[in-house]
Design a protein around this ligand. Structure first.
Ligand code: MG
Length: 244
């Protein structure tokens, strides 16, 4: 298992409110990759994303590292999201400067036998297997709802003026609902996790093409980031890659 993650402020924003982390363990073997894209004024967005990432990754790593913990992985993931949500939400109530803050969260947990992807918001996970790319997550966003209801096309969604509105976020309400996926991951398959700063600038086919041209994860992540930067990167850009 290998992973690599990179984040960049982009060309326009004054602060990077995205957070990313890759962590792996040898025995038992597991890898965790997580991306959060914070929202909120001043420093609040980065506090939300850093806090949610920290709580989620800490909680899930502790679960995976403890062989005696027989809690099902799905339950452990749901509990970790609940806890991240509670901590960010309580912080937002306690600190006036953080009122209303929240964050997306997309994460992948890979062990020798299983894989889970969890999502809240519009950061995404893709599965790259051979020469195909598949979006694993479904965006919790206003435009995704319009696409699914057949009101606008997927192409229109990319340029829609309200494409930044998300319908679910970690930390904005006392409870949050997440989606959990269990994609089948074969040896050498890649999971790409990213914030919308990447996907708004780079189309799915280009993600695949760029990653396929690079052998190592570090070069692939850097090439994706460079592509977003070349296109003006109006938002923070985050790329995480995990190869089984
Ligand atoms: Mg963003």
């Amino acid at each position: 298992m290998k992973g690599y993650a990179i984040t960049d402020i982009g060309k326009v924003r004054s602060e990077n409110q995205d957070s990313v982390r890759y962590t792996e363990n040898v025995s038992p073997a597991f890898g965790i990759l997580a991306v959060c894209d914070g929202m909120g004024g001043a420093k609040a967005g980065s506090i939300a994303s850093a806090t949610a990432l920290d709580i989620f990754v800490g909680r899930v790593s502790a679960h995976l590292a403890n062989r005696r913990d027989k809690t099902k992985l799905d339950n452990a993931v749901l509990e970790a999201v609940d806890e991240a949500n509670a901590v960010v939400y309580e912080h937002s109530l306690a600190d006036l400067a953080c009122e209303g803050m929240g964050t997306t969260l997309v994460a992948a947990l890979v062990t020798a036998k299983s894989c889970r992807v969890v999502n809240v918001g519009d950061s995404r996970a893709y599965l790259i297997s051979g020469d195909t790319i598949t979006q694993v997550t479904r965006d919790h966003s206003f435009v995704e709802d319009l696409v699914e209801r057949g009101i606008i096309s997927r192409a229109d969604a990319r340029t829609h003026p309200r494409k930044n509105i998300i319908t679910r976020a970690v930390g904005v309400e006392p409870m949050v609902e997440c989606d959990v996926f269990a994609p089948k991951l074969k040896k050498n398959d890649l999971l790409l996790l990213c914030s919308d700063g990447l996907t708004n600038a780079v189309a799915d086919e280009e993600l695949l093409e760029t990653v396929s041209q690079c052998k190592d994860l570090e070069k692939a992540a850097q090439a994706l980031l460079d592509l977003a930067l070349q296109r003006g990167a109006p938002d923070n850009v985050t790329v995480g890659l995990l190869r089984k």
